[in-house]
Design a binder for this molecule. Structure first.
Ligand code: SF4
Length: 329
């Protein structure tokens, strides 16, 4: 680990100014990923700006919209009464991720911006385009069981590791960004990029922008939600695939509305818009769920070790929607 200076920002404006002072400055949330990356000498910032205490409230507006400060700890968010009652998908996804100790420290902002767990990214002896643009990608012909089947490129086949982000993508969450040019907002599902030929550029954040909060609109059918994570062991493991879903079926058995997002399959949380478009207005049957899943995965491409994920994610989608179909409003 290199020598670095540490600043605790007093407010958002001073955090942005400090970040602007050096190109190798990094914002610090809980540090559960960044400090690991520093220990492994993958990241070597000369300055850390602690922003973990700047926005740590959870508030609901009169329209039901939930605003979550970027500094809210994952444990606090999962345990929040409003979240558990009205947005259980989010609570369940958070509790499916990491360990209790990590969730106690990790922040919402840090969770969103955590980096891939591709083993070659963490190995300085391996070729990795994400670490060094143009170096090559050792995962393409290496151990790639956990890698992407959707939206990948010949430059990078890494996946985004967050469970929380998969739920946020399904919930139509927006991120609020503060930066040198003021404040703007963006759909969470548009924040992370697909790798293309520049996997080292992971998000649409502008230089020195800071995620200050996340907002979730109210959902009339948000209580009917499932987060299913399929993994190699029961706890403290990243997803092979995960499915976050909400389903609204009318009395005649027709899909009124549906939200599905997938984890463990792409460089970003994957919102299944094709599937949703296919299902709305159709009968809620296993056959239609399967056909919609087939359409969503039509462009999926497997690698040597992860070909099984294409079928696994289709079956998980059908199982989750079948479970939701039986739930009452
Ligand atoms: Fe690096 Fe991406 Fe290849 Fe992994 S998959 S080695 S992160 S370029």
């Amino acid at each position: 680990m290199n020598i670095f200076s540490f600043h605790q920002a007093s407010d958002v404006a001073s955090a942005i100014a400090l970040k602007h002072s050096s190109p190798s400055t990094r914002y610090l949330g809980g540090g559960t990923n960044l400090v690991d990356l520093m220990r492994e000498t993958i990241e070597h910032p000369d300055t850390l700006v602690d922003v973990s205490h700047l926005s740590s409230t959870i508030e609901q507006g009169p329209d039901g919209r939930l605003s979550i400060g970027a500094g809210v700890k994952n444990t606090a968010l999962a345990a929040n009464d409003i979240v558990r009652a009205q947005f259980p998908l989010l609570s369940r996804a958070i509790l499916a991720g990491a360990s209790a100790q990590i969730r106690n420290v990790a922040t919402v902002g840090g969770n969103i911006l955590q980096r891939t767990r591709c083993r070659y990214f963490y190995d300085n002896a391996a070729r990795c385009n994400k670490r060094e643009s143009g170096a090559g990608c050792d995962a393409l012909e290496g151990f790639n069981r956990y890698h992407a089947i959707l939206g990948a490129s010949q430059s990078c086949v890494a996946t985004h590791p967050s469970d929380m982000c998969v739920a946020l993508a399904a919930l139509d969450a927006e991120v609020v960004l503060d930066g040198p040019e003021g404040q703007r907002r963006m759909a969470l599902r548009d924040l992370h990029r697909l790798p293309g030929d520049r996997p080292d550029i992971e998000t649409e954040l502008k230089p020195n922008e800071l995620i200050t909060s996340v907002e979730i609109p109210s959902h009339s059918f948000g209580q009917r939600a499932v987060y299913r994570k399929v993994r190699d062991r029961a706890s403290y493991a990243f997803a092979l695939v995960s499915v976050a879903a909400m389903l609204d079926v009318d009395e005649a058995g027709t899909v009124r509305d549906v939200r599905v997002a997938l984890g463990g399959v792409a460089h970003k949380p994957w919102r299944a818009l094709t599937l949703e478009g296919r299902l709305k207005g159709e009968k809620a049957t296993a056959e239609n769920f399967r056909a919609a899943a087939e359409a969503e995965l039509a462009d999926a491409v497997g690698l040597r070790d992860n070909m099984f994920k294409i079928e696994l994610v289709k079956r998980t989608i059908v199982a989750v929607l079948e479970e939701l179909k039986g739930e009452k409003a």
